[in-house]
Design a protein around this ligand. Structure first.
Ligand SMILES: Cc1ncc(COP(=O)(O)O)c(C=O)c1O
Length: 431
């Protein structure tokens, strides 16, 4: 359920017509709904209420300070993958003691920083990393809480670029090697073996791979817990969301849409996994990203030109792949709708940006209502892996971001000025 819907043919985010926001803040524009972030967090939290649990929002999906603050205020911790993300969490008022630190390439500086901040756990991705954490912890006279990230070798059946739980991926430590790694870790100084973690992939709409992975790993968790006295088992993130029927998914009966019928609800997720998890008697940690932020954001863009070739109707817009790279990177589908609803026949269109790459598109051969220069479109479900992946390619300024809360709106990232783009650069002294 999300808070983007048409009222009298105007697309709204909570109490605001999006057209009013674009008039106020300009285009392109990311808009986030606080009510949606809150609703999704509460749904997952409620589904897990019968076990001790901690949701750690995977802020790689959306690290805007206002998004972090919203979720932190609800009690969320954070899954961070860099010292930068941890610093951001702290800047937003997030609690480092509820942070887990993942990632295959943690530097010594990042480890020392995370130890100083008192994070909940490092999710360790290799044995050399474990040795490094022990070394740094000894140097800074701290005890590092750690969990090994197990790679359970379960195929999540999702897009190749967001599958992480098979041996063809760089993530985690092979299932068969994990017990040996813990045995060696137990002999290293300044480590506390606090739990075990896994994450098999992203945008999973079927509960089966989650169940397979949890059922495969749980007996090992029980054995290791008996030896080392764990606090938690983290089952990672990955809960999928609705993309194709995104608008309908905001309505009360969204699960009756074709995609809604397939999508995983927090209740189904919890009902399937909790019996196994409960029997372990450990805190359950989750690292959802997309599920919390995906449907909570849209990218608004203005139509610049309509260009017809013998084969195509191109709708050229002012947003581009530098603002939202998912279609180019993952072949992702984002539903595209006009801010002001129009009747009439649908026209097969390619929605493309102004960047000099053929990959700079948002939709291909998509039936869309007729639009013209100056109209605005919304790309839905853009709250996860959207703005965070944006770049200055083609010297395009980063877009502004706005948070809506009921009838209030606030600029939560100002639009970049052109001078900001090259502010870190200079010419060489001999030029
Ligand atoms: C370790 C880890 N946890 C959590 C996530 C969040 O995944 P999602 O946004 O699909 O929930 C990711 C995504 O890549 C991840 O690598």
């Amino acid at each position: 359920m999300h808070s983007f819907c048409y009222r009298k043919n105007e697309l709204y985010c909570e109490g605001f017509p999006l057209s009013a926001l674009v008039t106020k803040y300009g285009s392109p524009l990311y808009v986030y709904s606080q009510a949606t972030l809150t609703d999704h967090y509460n749904k997952l939290d409620t589904a897990l209420a019968s076990v001790d649990h901690q949701i750690c929002f995977a802020m790689k999906s959306n690290s805007n300070l206002a998004v972090i603050r919203t979720l932190g205020n609800l009690g969320s911790g954070f899954d961070v993958v860099s010292g930068g993300e941890l610093a951001r969490t702290i800047a937003a008022g997030g609690d480092p003691s509820k942070c887990v630190f993942a990632g295959v390439g943690k530097t010594e500086e990042e480890i020392a920083f995370a130890l100083k901040q008192g994070i909940y756990s490092f999710n360790v991705e290799s044995e050399p990393e474990l040795q490094r954490i022990s070394r740094v912890a000894t140097r800074v006279k701290k005890v590092a809480p750690i969990a090994v990230r197990v790679n359970p070798n379960v195929d999540a059946g999702t897009h190749a670029k967001i599958t992480t739980g098979t041996y063809a991926n760089k993530f985690g430590i092979q299932f068969e090697q994990v017990a040996g790694v813990y045995a060696r870790a137990a002999k290293l100084p300044n480590l506390r073996l606090r739990g075990l973690q896994m994450h098999i992939g992203s945008q999973l709409t079927d509960v089966k791979p989650f169940r397979q992975a949890v059922e495969k790993v749980a007996p090992m968790v029980a054995e290791l817990n008996a030896k080392y006295g764990f606090d938690f088992f983290s089952i990672g993130g990955g809960i999928g969301i609705v993309y194709k029927d995104a608008l309908a998914s905001g309505e009360a009966k969204w699960w009756k849409t074709p995609e809604g019928r397939k999508v995983l609800t927090p209740q189904r997720y919890a009902d399937t996994l909790l019996p196994t998890l409960r029997s372990l008697g450990l805190k359950v940690v989750l690292e959802p990203g997309r599920f919390l932020s995906g449907n909570a954001g849209v990218l608004i863009t203005r139509v610049e030109f309509i260009k017809r070739t013998g084969k195509k109707n191109f709708v050229i817009v002012d947003a581009a792949m530098n603002d939202l790279i998912r279609p180019a990177f993952y072949d992702s589908f984002h539903q595209i709708v006009p801010l002001k609803k129009r009747g009439g026949a649908l026209i097969s269109s390619d929605v493309v940006g102004p960047i000099c790459e053929s990959g700079d598109y948002f939709a291909k051969d998509r039936p869309l209502p007729k639009v013209g220069e100056g109209d605005h479109l919304a790309l839905l479900s853009a709250g996860a892996y959207g703005s965070v992946m944006s770049s200055n390619y083609n010297s395009r300024a980063l877009t502004a971001e706005v948070l809506v809360n009921g009838t209030k709106s606030a600029l939560v990232r100002r639009r970049q000025e052109l001078e900001d783009i090259w502010s870190l650069e200079s010419v060489a002294p001999w030029q």
